[in-house]
Ligand binder design. Structure first.
Ligand code: PGA
Length: 249
């Protein structure tokens, strides 16, 4: 079964409005689209990015959202608000959100439900810490993250889920997981989904890899059987690097 190939750039808390414009104009100039390309600027730059990309196939997505529709949650942004400016996809469960903002599997489950009831798509991030891998707990950790936040969903809702396996120790460190480690985890994730649902459903889910993907390693990573693209942090801030990564899929 052919799955969607996706390359998504997670800009994190980088780029003010001027830098957003510059980077998007550079991307538009040189990008050849084989993959589905997404970029995730910060909340303040989503509308600017949407306007600049009007008519382009590059999708603008959000990095996070709150699980409530509205209410007394100072500083937060809801799915409805994102939808109202044309944002259809949100990244949830990034390890930086889990680590620095104490997001738990239970909260993420609420966010997933909110995004799905707003008909949004989700890039759901999962990943183990280095200690967990060293203790050989990595498969269990990843299973728990998926089980606790996603396995309550019905089969239809899974058409809105894209997974991103991002070992925490490989994010922003320059250290990439080995090809064997990546393929092994991706196929295990697919097996977990097939055991909970069906093989057909498992085969239809795009599973991205993230963690120090760069032009020099993206082709090898994207060639792995169970890898359907990447979630790119640092290298997505440079138009040339990001384009090379996109073209390597
Ligand atoms: P990195 O970040 O590519 O800079 O390692 C990936 C991510 O955090 O999604």
């Amino acid at each position: 079964m052919s799955r969607d190939k996706i390359v998504a750039g997670n800009w994190k808390m980088n780029n003010d409005s001027n830098q957003t414009k510059t980077l998007i104009l550079e991307l538009k100039k040189t990008m050849q689209m084989e993959a589905n390309v997404m970029i995730a600027p910060s909340f303040t730059n989503l509308s600017i990015a949407k306007d600049l990309l009007l008519g382009s196939k590059i999708e603008v997505i959000a990095q996070n959202m709150h699980f409530s529709d509205s209410g007394a949650f100072t500083g937060e942004v809801s799915a409805n608000m994102l939808k109202s400016i044309g944002i259809e996809t949100v990244i949830l469960g990034h390890s930086e959100r889990r680590k620095y903002f104490n997001e738990t599997d239970d909260q993420l489950k609420l966010k997933v439900d909110s995004a799905i009831s707003s008909s949004m798509k989700i890039i759901f991030c999962i990943g183990e810490e280095i200690g967990e891998r060293k203790n050989n707990n990595h498969f269990e950790i990843i299973y728990d993250q998926i089980n606790n936040s996603l396995f309550h969903l019905d089969k239809d809702s899974w058409s809105r889920i894209i997974l991103a396996y991002e070992p925490v120790w490989a994010i922003g460190t320059g250290e990439t997981a080995t090809l064997d480690q990546i393929q092994e985890m991706h196929s295990m994730i697919r097996k977990n989904i097939s055991e909970r649902y069906t093989q057909e459903l498992a085969n239809s889910i795009s599973i991205l890899y993230g963690g120090s993907v760069k032009p020099s390693n993206s082709h090898d990573i994207f060639s792995l059987e169970d890898v359907d693209g990447g979630l790119i942090g640092g290298a997505s801030l440079n138009a040339n690097d990001f384009n090379q990564i996109i073209n390597s899929i």
